[in-house]
Design a protein around this ligand. Structure first.
Ligand code: PGA
Length: 251
């Protein structure tokens, strides 16, 4: 059976001391609780090592928010998959809509990053999602299909089992507007159906598909109660230990 996973995307927030405060706060919030969900925090690159050390021996796993697809070399400012692994990251968010829109990443680049992450033993959290214009213009499913096929191109069924998919409608990210449980469920079921066609029924059934976009303690339970929603990728609400813990314990 597929696992429910709650991941926090810190984005460009928290310096070293603030990062320690947040992860220690989360540890305190979760102490003594039996969790039936996986928990991942994704701090900025520079705080991965310290957060991973503080999270050692707890159920909290650590991920990065991006990486580059080359092994090493003259790529000023970039970070490799191997570097991330060496400081304690187990996951990496790839294809986030902010990377796609602000930094111009396309499906091809994201696919190269997916392959490199898998090769290095990092588990990708692969993000996809449509804009409001695409939804209202009726091309939502085409857009999602293109992102799924592009991002997963050349990836085997065995590799797929290391991936978490995150459906994040762009119009719901950081806006306070959440997709309704029915709206999210429709797209999640569509994605799972695509995975079934591209791979197999078993692969599709086992895939964790997170929802992301203004998830809060108050709406997490309802969203995660839908049959094809297996977790959440949380932005704003993961920056405070009590609200992130509130989402984790709501499910
Ligand atoms: P949000 O961000 O929870 O602040 O909407 C989600 C995300 O971008 O992953």
């Amino acid at each position: 059976m597929r696992k429910t996973v709650i991941a926090g995307n810190w984005k460009m927030n928290k310096n070293l001391s603030e990062a320690a405060e947040l992860v220690n706060g989360l540890k305190a919030e979760l102490a003594g609780k039996t969790l039936n969900v996986g928990v991942i925090v994704c701090p900025p690159y520079v705080n991965i090592e310290s957060v991973a050390k503080l999270a050692e021996g707890t159920e909290i796993k650590v991920g990065a928010q991006n990486m580059y697809f080359e092994e090493s070399g003259a790529y000023t400012g970039e970070i490799s998959a191997d570097m991330l692994k060496s400081v304690g990251a187990e996951y990496v968010i790839l294809g986030h809509s902010e990377r796609r829109t602000i930094f111009g990443e396309n499906d091809e680049v994201i696919n190269k990053k997916m392959k490199k992450a898998l090769e290095a033993g990092l588990k990708p959290i692969f993000c996809i999602g449509e804009t409001l214009e695409e939804r209202e213009g009726g091309t939502m499913k085409e857009v999602i299909a293109k992102q799924v096929k592009g991002g997963l191109s050349g990836i085997s069924e065995q590799e797929l089992s290391e991936i978490i998919v995150a459906y994040e409608p762009v119009w719901a990210i950081g806006t306070g507007v959440t997709a309704s449980p029915d709206q999210a469920q429709e797209v999640h079921a569509y994605i799972r159906g695509m995975l079934k066609e591209m791979y197999s029924e078993v692969a599709a059934d086992n895939m964790t598909i997170q929802y992301g976009g203004s998830v809060k303690p108050g709406n997490a339970k309802e969203l995660l109660g839908m049959p094809d929603i297996d977790g959440a990728l949380v932005g704003g609400a993961c920056l405070k230990a009590d609200s992130f813990a509130g989402i984790i314990t709501a499910v």
